[in-house]
Design a protein around this ligand. Structure first.
Ligand code: HEM
Ligand code: HEM
Length: 185
């Protein structure tokens, strides 16, 4: 096997673009949810409006990303990873994809229960339909609780994900570890 090719393999440009746009939007959405908590009513509504709109964009981009992933073969695992590292990173990646879908879907359901199926305004430009649900505050609170819990689980997995990437780059001194998910090559 040509080890140079295996060592320097990278994700496709589309996968890299989607990885980083989605990463930035997810970070923004955590920030928005946390900042909104301490805001007075009207500002809270406005920030949460942006939180919902960004979240729907994340949902759509994640569907596009998964479609891209299924049609574009990822690079083979870095040859200097241990078997357990390859297995663990695969599990974390799958769980991240599951959460990248289920968290915005749960947020959408939370909004729909609170608002009785009213649409989500995407930055005042277009409306994203609400799920056909009757207004139900108790259900909204339950769904909102699950939405928040899943977000915490995602945060834990992201800590592991980033720690893994940094370990390979700096402790294992694999200069290609981060480049695999960056532009160029
Ligand atoms: C919200 C933030 C993030 C999410 C949701 C996320 C999600 C993912 C997912 C799902 C994959 C698997 C790609 C695939 O095989 O389909 C991946 C790969 C990768 N991510 Fe992230 N990521 C995030 C942030 C970061 C950050 C901050 C870093 C860098 C410190 C990073 C570095 C990488 C690298 C290097 C890979 C390629 C792993 C490999 O070599 O196989 N990610 N990411
Ligand atoms: C990846 C995307 C998303 C992330 C990471 C995220 C994260 C969060 C977080 C961390 C909270 C605070 C939870 C708490 O304090 O317990 C929250 C609350 C909330 N989010 Fe999201 N969210 C996302 C997408 C969405 C979407 C798409 C919608 C609606 C269309 C939405 C609607 C809400 C609502 C209504 C709340 C308040 C819940 C309540 O009052 O119990 N979120 N979100």
């Amino acid at each position: 096997m040509d080890t140079t090719t295996a060592t320097e393999a990278r994700y496709s440009r589309g996968a890299v673009i989607l990885h980083w746009i989605i990463a930035v939007l997810i970070a923004l959405n955590f920030a928005a949810a946390w900042v909104a908590e301490d805001m007075p009513g009207p500002q809270k509504m406005q920030i949460m409006g942006n939180h919902k709109a960004i979240g729907i964009v994340i949902l759509v981009l994640t569907v596009a990303r998964i479609a891209w992933r299924l049609t574009h073969r990822p690079p083979p695992p870095s040859p200097d990873l241990a078997t357990w590292e390859v297995a663990l990173s695969k599990v974390v990646h799958v769980l991240l994809y599951v959460l990248m879908l289920s968290i915005p879907l749960g947020g959408w359901a939370t909004h729909s229960a609170f608002a009785g199926g009213k649409p989500v305004s995407l930055f005042g430009i277009v409306n994203w339909p609400g799920l056909p649900m009757a207004q139900d505050k108790v259900l909204g609170e339950t769904l909102g609780g699950a939405h928040g819990t899943f977000a915490w689980v995602m945060l834990g997995l992201l800590a592991l994900h980033v720690a893994g990437a940094l370990k390979h780059r700096f402790l294992d001194r694999n200069s290609n570890a981060l480049k695999r998910m960056w532009f160029g090559g």
